[in-house]
Design a protein around this ligand. Structure first.
Ligand SMILES: *Cc1c(COP(=O)(O)O)cnc(C)c1O
Length: 333
């Protein structure tokens, strides 16, 4: 068996991130709610991708890369953080983005351009258009004598998942210090590396809570399959049997609405509610839907009154500025 310390890690996070009581939300919902503030990881505006990139970037350096290449949709938090991390360690960032160049350079895209990321648009809205173009761009870079390191979308690979195995360990230590045994940990499920890493870490360390993923774009079955695959490959990387059972993998897909990145009345309400109750900003794509899910699960009694619940705030604030119109505020009225 290998431990986390056996893997090279480039420091990109200020940790441990705070674990905070959300007093006013707890009162509103009738549960004890704590926020694990991974929006405050620090580097490059923060968020969950920093933990993944600590292991991935260290591997890129080990591999002797000179360029970091990844793909995603526009407003990707992962591209912003991967590009910033690449700059910090002296590598050049290249990003393949689905769709056409947007009319307005806002949010994460503004930061991507500030980092002088080479952004290549696929012209197709289909997010699966990204992978084929990444491969073409990679081949082109190699032809020009560059040494690109390709990172999976969202950093959802076994090395990235180690970042969330580490987060589980960090969280369990905080819980032990507080003498707390939560019943649930709720997080957003996108590329699912976060849920997979957390779940593997939680089961290895015998955590008391169930990990509940809230899908933000894809059906629950697809997410659950990704979680299972990533748990297995990450356990293999750690050279240990996986203690995760199929029943451990819980993903709800009722909160997606019309699609990935499209706000719902409930997700917008979650953003307003958390801001007005706690002074904490959620992002529109991930954490707003995850919180909308948490609120609904409490409302349905699937998370019972009096339960202790941890909400993993995975960051994403920059994309809020690209969604200002969703809220329809009119300061002149
Ligand atoms: C990427 C992202 C997620 C989802 O994490 P995955 O590991 O891709 O499932 C959640 N929240 C924010 C803000 C993100 O940027």
């Amino acid at each position: 068996m290998r431990s986390l310390d056996d893997f090279p890690r480039y420091p990109l996070t200020i940790g441990p991130t705070p674990l905070e009581e959300a007093h006013r939300l707890s009162e509103q919902l009738g549960v004890r709610l704590l926020l694990k503030r991974d929006d405050l990881t620090g580097f490059a505006a923060g968020g969950n991708k920093a933990r993944k990139l600590e292991f991935i970037l260290a591997d890129a350096l080990r591999a002797g890369a000179d360029t970091v290449l990844t793909g995603a949709r526009p407003q990707s938090n992962f591209i912003r953080m991967a590009a910033a991390a690449a700059r910090k360690v002296g590598l050049d960032p290249v990003a393949v983005v689905s769709g056409k160049p947007p009319a307005e350079v806002q949010g994460n895209l503004l930061l991507d351009y500030l980092l002088d990321t080479e952004v290549i648009y696929t012209g197709s809205e289909d997010r699966d258009s990204v992978d084929a173009v990444v491969e073409t761009v990679r081949a082109g870079l190699v032809e020009r004598g560059r040494r690109p390191y390709v990172i999976a979308r969202g950093g959802a690979d076994p090395l990235g998942c180690l970042g969330y195995v580490a987060c589980s360990a960090e969280l369990l230590k905080q819980l032990a210090d507080l003498d707390l045994r939560p019943d649930y940990l709720v997080c957003a499920a996108g590329s699912c590396g976060t849920q997979a890493g957390l779940l593997l870490g939680a089961r290895i360390l015998d955590a008391p809570f169930q990990v509940v993923g809230i899908a933000v774009g894809r059906p629950a079955a697809a997410c659950a399959a990704d979680v299972a695959r990533l748990v297995a490959s990450t356990a293999a990387l750690l050279e240990r049997p996986s203690p995760v059972t199929p029943e451990d993998i819980v993903v709800h897909d009722r909160y997606i609405g019309p699609g990935y990145g499209v706000s719902t009345p409930e997700s917008l309400e979650a953003i307003r509610r958390v801001a007005r109750s706690e002074g904490v900003f959620l992002d529109p794509v991930y954490t707003a839907k995850a919180m909308a899910g948490l609120v609904d699960l409490v409302g349905r009694g699937e998370i019972p009154q009096g339960a202790t619940v941890i909400f993993l705030h995975t960051g994403g604030l920059p994309s809020l500025f690209a969604h200002a119109r969703d809220f329809g505020f009119d300061p002149t009225s």
